[in-house]
Design a protein around this ligand. Structure first.
Ligand code: HEC
Length: 297
């Protein structure tokens, strides 16, 4: 039996074939790894393309975007695999620590403008996939400016005060909910982070949960942010679940106007690639919330 096999399949033929199977094309993820990266790419879209890491109209994921925070200006990180200016020198675990604990490889604390607290509620499997995708971003060199502030010890002091008074970490679910309102809640709270823009903040940047998703006169860049709680007069209570899904997938509102500014950015950089069922899950979750009256315009 064995001999017959050896005779029929000459090693000269079998070896090159086997080698072809086993040697991954340089740098290209294969098989199972490829599936994980594809899942990670989808999560990246659900996360609005992590658009804070792209300068407006600039090349994607290079960071350097200026973000105003209380008493300072901070610049987002270059997410590409460049070893010196991006994440190329970071291990998977180091990126994981940054994303859910807010700690850099050198021990430095990341300012909570990076939503690591919200991401701490992401299912481990989703997080690993997202990181696997981020690690495939082609290296592009781009130096990122340092934090700008006149306040001494801003980073260590700020993160110390924040973590003692305001921080709010989550226990991730064992698996991400796959459908229904629970799926919508999971995406809104831990992946797509609608509240990052749509929930108002105090002058110290602390989100006001009593106005959860109810809009703000001054959003992250000082612009007006609409109320997306289901209040009929001041929010989107009159929108159907399809209207909401349509806006996430196309950027077009029921009155046929296009969304602008940051919302347009997150739609274009990511939300538009979400599956309709995920957009509808988000819509159903929004509709399940208590209507909060908050007139923005
Ligand atoms: C990066 C900030 C940001 C994020 C994240 C974000 N939005 Fe928005 N959103 C905005 C801004 C700014 C506008 C106003 C756009 C305009 O004026 O055209 C807006 C507008 C909207 C509107 C239109 C409301 C109206 O009355 O016109 C809806 C609905 C909406 N967002 C839903 C969502 C949902 C759902 C999510 C999460 C899946 C989300 N947004 C995430 C910034 C954001």
């Amino acid at each position: 039996m064995r001999r017959a096999f050896v005779k029929r399949f000459s090693p000269f033929l079998v070896f090159p074939l086997l080698l072809g199977f086993l040697t991954p094309a340089a740098g290209q993820p294969q098989g199972a790894e490829k599936d994980i990266v594809a899942r990670g790419h989808y999560l990246f879209s659900l996360a609005g393309g992590c658009a804070c890491h792209t300068a407006p109209k600039g090349p994607p994921n290079l960071g350097g975007r200026e973000i105003p925070i209380p008493l300072a200006k901070v610049y987002s990180t270059n997410l590409t695999a460049d070893r010196e200016t991006g994440l190329g020198g970071w291990s998977e675990q180091q990126i994981h620590n940054a994303m859910v604990k807010g700690v850099r490889p050198n021990g430095e604390k990341i300012l909570p403008v990076m939503p690591y607290e919200a991401y701490s509620g992401m299912a481990e499997e989703d997080l690993r996939a997202l990181i696997a995708y981020v690690r495939t971003l082609k290296p592009v060199r781009k130096e990122i400016p340092a934090l700008k502030t006149w306040v001494p010890f801003y980073r260590p002091l700020g993160t110390f005060v924040w973590s003692n008074l305001f921080s709010r970490f989550f226990n991730p679910p064992r698996q991400a909910p796959q459908s229904g309102v629970e799926r919508g809640r999971y995406l809104v709270e831990h992946v797509s982070l609608c509240g990052d823009c749509h929930t108002p903040r105090s002058f110290m940047g602390v989100p006001d949960r009593s106005f959860y998703l109810a809009g703000a006169k001054k959003g992250p860049l000082g612009e007006e942010i609409p109320n997306i709680a289901p209040d009929k007069e001041t929010g989107i209570g009159e929108w159907s679940r399809n209207d909401i899904a349509e806006l996430l997938l196309t950027g077009v509102k029921p009155d046929l106007d296009n969304v602008q500014g940051l919302m347009e950015e997150v739609v274009q950089a990511g939300y538009k690639n979400m599956k309709r069922e995920d957009a509808l899950a988000i819509a159903d979750y929004l509709k399940s919330l208590p209507p909060v009256k908050n007139k923005i315009k």
